[in-house]
Design a protein around this ligand. Structure first.
Ligand SMILES: O=P(O)(O)OC[C@H]1O[C@H](OP(=O)(O)OP(=O)(O)O)[C@H](O)[C@@H]1O
Ligand SMILES: Nc1ncnc2[nH]cnc12
Length: 183
């Protein structure tokens, strides 16, 4: 087996080359930004998580919260790397024990996220991670849900931001994104 090379962080390493853009998925008119090629390329994944770690570390979080399901992909390994705890924000009916829920509006319809009531100790500093910011409804609801259980939400980070949907306008905390598309 060839020795594993240490991926070097190069500013010119363009993560967009590892995002596959698929028209009309899951519905006509949606351009789906698929992160699967990035996840399966060891160098691209190292570069992406390294860049995320450098942004998140100065926020000095105690906890990284991942939004089901693609938010788990970055939140769990980064929590381990940064010495933080990892907390799950899940879709309804998945978490055992006492939970707190928040309903939020989507472009069409609504959705719900849940957290375990004892997931956060009062005042713990939390950074929220997800794969993608579109309308911002999911992240804005996550901020509120975490505040409802006592968190101090100090920032959020996504791999992809769709700037044309102005999701960041729904947030009152710093948002960092690695890659931008208009839609
Ligand atoms: O900014 P918004 O308009 O709220 O949309 C962004 C959300 O949509 C996707 O989640 P999805 O519900 O598809 O879940 P998944 O990660 O389980 O595929 C994505 O992973 C974000 O969580
Ligand atoms: N355009 C998009 N691509 C990938 N995931 C999404 N989640 C919401 N909108 C999305």
């Amino acid at each position: 087996m060839a020795p594993q090379t240490q991926p070097v962080e190069q500013p010119e390493f363009d993560l967009r080359n590892y995002i596959r853009n698929i028209p009309d998925f899951p519905k006509p008119g949606i351009l789906f930004h698929d992160i699967s090629p990035l996840l399966r390329n060891a160098d691209a994944w190292q570069v992406a998580t390294g860049r995320l770690a450098r942004v998140i570390a100065p926020w000095q979080p105690d906890i990284l919260a991942g939004i089901e399901s693609r938010g788990f992909l970055t939140a769990a390994p980064l929590a381990q790397r940064l010495g933080c705890g990892f907390v799950m924000l899940r879709k309804p009916g998945k978490l055992p024990g006492e939970t707190v829920s928040l309903d939020y509006g989507l472009e069409y319809g609504h959705d719900t996220l849940q957290i375990q009531v004892d997931a956060i100790k009062p005042g713990q500093r939390v950074v929220i991670l997800d794969d993608l910011l579109a309308t911002g409804g999911t992240l804005a609801a996550s901020v509120q849900l975490l505040r409802n259980v006592g968190a101090e939400v100090v920032g959020c980070s996504v791999m992809i931001e769709l700037t044309g949907l102005h999701g960041r306008d729904k947030l009152d905390i710093p948002l960092h994104s690695l890659i931008h598309y208009e839609f």
